[in-house]
Ligand binder design. Structure first.
Ligand code: ATP
Ligand code: MG
Length: 204
């Protein structure tokens, strides 16, 4: 079994998971020399509105996307707890499960990072984990204003340029609902699952 000393934690709604997600995790894994990354679908995103595919579908799509990469670990940690999911609680659970020796790295995209001041206990989040912010096209990121809003983030933040893929789940859902193509924006196995279960199709 791999000894985990450096653990990445990557949360999202993954509705559905796509190559933008996987590519930033790979960048963070490589840059931060992470032994493993937990991919953690949220039960209900406290700041997010609108319809979500059922949790079991989102988790299954994450499983399919992680297949073949031993460093990526699908995690039902947030789905096993009653919603809403708070990142600070997830980090506390990881700290307990993996022990005091493990170093935690929270991976987030630039849009989510800009929102961090509105999350529950942002200072605690920065105390519990290093913050790995990966840039995202269309979301200019200003590290100074994040540090001003959440001082604990100073010296705890790594900003990565990343592969800059302008893929979003919202766009994929709209494409799927209107019959436009999504192939090459997400893993084939995930697309096959979406089609099989008719996720994101508009009811006639
Ligand atoms: P939605 O459009 O439904 O919000 P999304 O594509 O933004 O979906 P989320 O599940 O909301 O995906 O995102 C999970 C995490 O991944 C967030 O930290 C987000 O910033 C990051 N992320 C998602 N897509 C990208 C991308 N293309 N490049 C960089 N970061 C991304
Ligand atoms: Mg999003």
């Amino acid at each position: 079994m791999t000894t985990v000393r450096r653990l990445g934690i990557y949360g999202g709604t993954f509705d559905p998971i796509h190559f933008g997600h996987l590519a930033i995790v790979e960048e963070a894994r490589w840059f931060c020399r992470l032994d493993q990354v937990l991919i953690v679908p949220a039960a209900a995103q406290p700041l997010k509105e609108g319809h979500l595919a059922a949790a079991h579908h989102r988790l299954e799509m994450v499983r399919l996307a992680c297949a073949g990469n031993d460093a990526l670990i699908p995690s039902s940690l947030e789905l096993d707890r009653p919603p809403p999911s708070y990142t600070v609680d997830t980090l506390r659970v990881c700290r307990e499960r993996y022990g005091p020796e493990v170093e935690l790295f929270l991976i987030i995209g630039a849009d989510a990072a800009a929102d961090l001041p509105r999350w529950r206990e942002p200072d605690q989040i920065a105390h519990l984990a290093r913050l790995v912010v990966v840039e995202r096209p269309g979301y200019p990121f200003d590290p100074a204003s994040l540090v001003a809003a959440v001082p604990a983030v100073r010296d705890r933040m790594i900003v990565l340029t990343g592969p800059q893929l302008a893929i979003s789940s919202t766009d994929l859902r709209q494409r799927l609902a209107t019959g436009r193509p999504v192939r090459y924006q997400l893993p084939d196995a995930v697309l096959a699952y979406v089609n099989h279960h008719r996720l994101y199709q508009v009811e006639e």
